[in-house]
Design a binder for this molecule. Structure first.
Ligand code: G3P
Length: 218
């Protein structure tokens, strides 16, 4: 499974770049607004730190022509930029054209397998299925992910399923069970994935026993 980091925070991205486990980055207008730095500068700085797909989202959602203009601007910032397109009829027109031009796309705010099917048919590179926002409403966000992974395999689409709106390590466990190709993970959740109380206590015990033993590497 590929790990993307869901962040526009340059310090977080620097830290995950050092971990060496992160394969790409997803941003969105809310994450960028939170950081308050320039859109282009932020995306270019991210591209300099992570050698992989970096999603930059268009802000128009109801006009394919305008979406294409914005898409061409962000795609011109760095070869690794993937254009993130909000799902909808205009967005899918834009995805079809961008795919024909060889520009990679990440279709976002997907909640159902039927939406994902349309996006896959339009040629989306990544299908961003949001899970946490469904769980927040007492739904089961992973159901659509499971259906979408099966749909992509069954019909042999080239699109990859990207689990987004991740709220806990449990979402990663379920993503693995579904065979999702990618999860985009907030920094805090990635840090939690390293932790287990038995790992901590196990390491402490090994250290304690070793220190008492008088043994060394000679
Ligand atoms: O990048 C899109 C997605 O991951 C948003 O997550 O937490 O705002 O639902 P969230």
């Amino acid at each position: 499974m590929k790990f993307f980091i869901d962040s526009a925070n340059l310090e977080e991205i620097r830290q995950v770049a050092e971990m060496g486990l992160v394969d790409g980055v997803t941003t969105n207008p809310s994450l960028l607004a939170k950081e308050g730095k320039g859109f282009k500068t932020t995306i270019q700085e991210i591209c300099a730190m992570i050698d992989g797909p970096v999603s930059a989202e268009v802000v128009t959602s109801d006009n394919a022509e305008q979406m294409l203009k914005e898409a061409h601007i962000v795609a011109g910032w760095h070869p690794n930029v993937v254009v993130k397109i909000p799902f909808g009829p205009e967005g899918m027109k834009a995805v079809k054209k961008l795919t024909a031009e060889g520009i990679k796309t990440n279709v976002t705010v997907l909640f159902t397998v039927t939406q994902a099917l349309i996006a896959a048919k339009a040629g989306a590179t990544f299908l961003s299925n949001f899970v946490g926002r469904v769980d927040d409403l007492s739904g089961e966000g992973m159901v659509a992910v499971r259906d979408t992974v099966n749909m992509v395999h069954e019909y042999e689409f080239a699109s990859e399923v990207l689990v987004a709106s991740v709220r806990s390590p449990q979402h990663i466990v379920e993503s693995v069970r579904c065979g999702a190709q990618i999860a985009t993970i907030p920094f805090k959740i990635l840090a939690q994935m390293y932790k287990h109380p038995l790992t901590t206590s196990g390491i402490e015990k090994f250290t304690e026993d070793w220190n008492k033993s008088g043994l060394n590497f000679d």
